[in-house]
Design a protein around this ligand. Structure first.
Ligand code: HEC
Length: 208
């Protein structure tokens, strides 16, 4: 009898402890990792897109650069473009190889700073100078190619950004993307992360 009571007293904490241990070592699945936030693209009642601010926590997909001095001194877009996609759409892309409704891709503009480092000559990022985005939304952009809306928060010559932005006219942005981008108006040809992640499955890394 004494033996039995003794066991129980120690058994309970042991069970609780082992449960905590099993929980702690259970691997986090993609589903668990999916953030609670549903809409990364937030529109106000006038259909203006609120400036995305949380993209540093999204998936970074690349930094294209077309510098002035490789384009007769006047590139159309001479700054670095740091590009991010929201995490839900990234997970979707990995599973289906498609950009779902509500996809938002943000392009942060950073000018060319130093052109030399101890490692050699090159192009190094300077200062933040702008922000643009594209959002896929069938309801808001029923007629647009791919249902993408394009937005510009940059205030030329200023280090400030607009708090919200209206969708751009087709000729300003979408027409070029529609004619030249590899996948659904997105220039996937310049993002190894997107190419590696495309339909790679839930466990795809977006890399080697
Ligand atoms: C002359 C063609 C052209 C025009 C016009 C253009 N873009 Fe792009 N855009 C590109 C190219 C090429 C890339 C990828 C390489 C780069 O960033 O330089 C790109 C990249 C982007 C990206 C990152 C996703 C992607 O598809 O690579 C966003 C977001 C974007 N542009 C938004 C805009 C917005 C907003 C406008 C209009 C204000 C615009 N673009 C006008 C050619 C264009």
């Amino acid at each position: 009898m004494y033996q039995f009571r003794f066991n129980l007293k120690f058994l309970f904490p042991a069970v609780v402890l082992s449960m905590v241990f099993v929980y702690a070592i259970t691997p986090v699945t993609a589903k668990d990792a999916t953030p609670a936030v549903k809409n990364y693209a937030v529109f106000n009642e006038n259909g203006k897109l609120q400036r995305p601010t949380g993209y540093r926590e999204w998936i970074y997909i690349g930094s294209p650069l077309t510098p002035n001095d490789m384009n007769d001194g006047k590139a159309a877009f001479p700054e670095f473009h740091n590009v991010y996609i929201d995490p839900i759409s990234w997970t979707h892309w990995k599973v289906s190889g498609k950009f779902p409704d509500d996809t938002i891709i943000v392009k942060e503009l950073v000018n060319v700073g130093s052109k030399e480092a101890v490692s050699g000559n090159g192009y190094f990022q300077g200062e933040f100078i702008g922000l643009e985005a594209m959002v896929k939304n069938k309801q808001l952009f029923p007629e647009a190619p791919g249902h993408w809306g394009f937005f510009r928060f940059t205030i030329e010559g200023s280090r400030q950004l607009h708090k919200r932005a209206s969708a751009q006219d087709h000729e300003n942005c979408a027409s070029c993307h529609q004619s030249h981008a590899a996948t659904d108006l997105v220039f996937t040809q310049y993002y190894p992360v997107l190419r590696a992640g495309k339909a790679a499955g839930d466990t795809g890394t977006g890399g080697m």
